[in-house]
Design a protein around this ligand. Structure first.
Ligand SMILES: *Cc1c(COP(=O)(O)O)cnc(C)c1O
Length: 459
């Protein structure tokens, strides 16, 4: 399948996830890549996976990062002995902008050539939705339907989505958890007749094209820190929910980026933390935490890692995922230390530890971490090898989570001008039960009727 088809298809037609046919070995390119600015590095990495000419690719990259407020796109800030990789300088202040801005540019580039329209469908635990909406708002041939769990994302996150009143944007508050929303989306994609008739496309990290832009900052940040410290290798700590970000980093290491270890950090929703420690992948209840974008039990990208882990055997992946679906658990053989992968270490932070980390980092360094980034910092402090430089991915701007910041520091210190005026703007959303049929009917009506029935503004 071409890259374009993969981006278009999102979830594979049999319900599985797509992976590249081969992972390119770029070790011979690293010397040259080291000095490239962010955008040029992105083009070089994309060229290894995307069958488009370099000038088209460069144009998509240029347009994607225009709305970023830092010239380096992802600046790396040394704080408290760590290197904080700030991934939140995009239009919605979360790292998902980095991938979604580019994905929207790819959709637009291809639609401009092919014609037709696209209806994007996404489940979000908060940040994907707003980043996807910001990336496609106002596009001519693309609509977006975003499902989020009612009452389980921060009110700011919700307003970042529902204040966008563009005709092509539909926010659906589902009466259930994030996993319910994700299950509905997966089920609609499995309904092939519906999917084809409505030209459904995916922006969740099930879409292979989402993962590519996320590899770029692993390379860029590792190069900056190696240059800064003179170290030949680094370790990188990643706050993890759906495992997309982490998997992009893992792919970068498979391509030859010298990362000694990847450190996986979860909140109390620790299915992945347990898996990498014990080999048991077992579904538990979803806990609402201060880092809602990681309140996920079933990590959609896990299957990709599993594929490589079982020796690239699709039949084994299919069997094991089927077992997981019916029994809610999956046990894989581990090494003698009980771990699954000797290059991956995992740890978790509960809400108290998250708050303590925010408080401590602010008191000592005057640096505000958002709760997701604080989970990573907490875990990095416990599990990092002290001999190696440690990068921590900071996935959201603290101003997106003012309540947690207030609780942690006792002060209302987190703000950002982009968020300040959301409070007073009109909003639009539709509340639906956590039912595949209800969501299917809503989308069908919105797409097929000229005038879309919209729910009244939420007060
Ligand atoms: C989405 C998100 C995460 C989790 O990333 P995954 O790719 O789903 O593992 C972490 N932090 C923030 C702020 C996010 O928006």
């Amino acid at each position: 399948m071409s890259f374009e088809e993969a981006a278009w298809t999102g979830l594979a037609r049999d319900g599985g996830l797509m992976v590249p046919e081969a992972i390119p070995d770029v070790q011979g390119d690293l010397e040259e890549w080291r000095t490239l600015p962010y955008r040029s590095l992105a083009v070089e990495i994309f060229r290894r996976f995307v069958d488009m000419d370099s000038s088209t690719l460069a144009a998509t990259v240029e347009r994607s990062y225009r709305a970023f407020r830092h010239p380096e796109v992802t600046p790396i800030v040394p704080v408290g002995g760590l290197h904080i990789v700030e991934l939140f300088h995009g239009p919605t202040l979360a790292f998902k902008d980095i991938a979604l801005q580019w994905l929207a540019q790819i959709f637009e580039t291809v639609l401009a050539r092919r014609g037709g329209e696209l209806n994007l469908l996404a489940a979000t635990s908060g940040d994907t939705g707003s980043a996807a909406i910001a990336a496609v708002r106002g596009l001519q041939r693309v609509r977006i339907f975003v499902l989020y769990p009612l009452g389980r994302i921060s009110s700011l996150q919700e307003r970042q989505m529902t204040t966008v009143l563009a005709d092509n944007v539909f926010c659906i508050a589902v009466q259930g958890t994030f996993d319910d929303g994700q299950a509905i989306v997966k089920s609609l994609f499995r309904d092939l007749a519906f999917r084809d008739r409505l030209a459904l496309g995916a922006v969740n990290s099930v879409n292979w094209a989402r993962l590519l832009p996320q590899m770029v900052y692993y390379f860029y940040a590792a190069f900056r820190v190696m240059e800064r410290t003179g170290a030949p290798r680094v370790q990188i700590c990643v706050p993890t929910g759906n495992f997309g970000n982490f998997f992009a980093g893992w792919l970068a290491t498979q391509m030859g980026l010298p990362v000694e270890r990847l450190i996986l950090a979860t909140n109390a929703n620790d299915i992945l933390e347990r898996f990498f420690r014990t080999g048991l992948y077992e579904r538990g209840p979803v806990h609402a935490t201060l880092s809602p974008s990681m309140d996920i039990q079933v990590a959609s990208n896990f299957e990709r890692y599993l594929y490589y882990h079982v020796g690239r055997d699709p039949d084994q992946v299919r069997d094991r995922m089927a077992t997981f679906e019916t029994s809610g658990r999956l046990l894989l053989p581990t090494g003698s230390d009980g771990r699954i992968d000797d290059r991956i270490v995992s740890g978790r932070a509960d809400d108290d530890e998250t708050l303590a980390t925010i408080r401590d980092f602010y008191a000592r360094h005057r640096y505000l971490l958002d709760p997701h980034s604080a989970v990573a910092v907490h875990v990095a402090r416990r599990h990092a090898d002290p001999q190696l430089p440690t990068l921590c991915l900071a996935t959201a701007h603290p101003a997106k989570f003012p309540d947690a910041i207030l609780r942690a520091t006792g002060a209302d210190v987190a703000y950002h001008p982009l968020l300040d005026d959301l409070e007073d703007r009109p909003t639009r959303r539709t509340v639906l039960p956590a039912s595949v049929d209800a969501v299917r009917r809503f989308i069908e009506t919105a797409v097929t009727s000229a005038t879309v029935p919209l729910s009244p503004p939420v007060s």
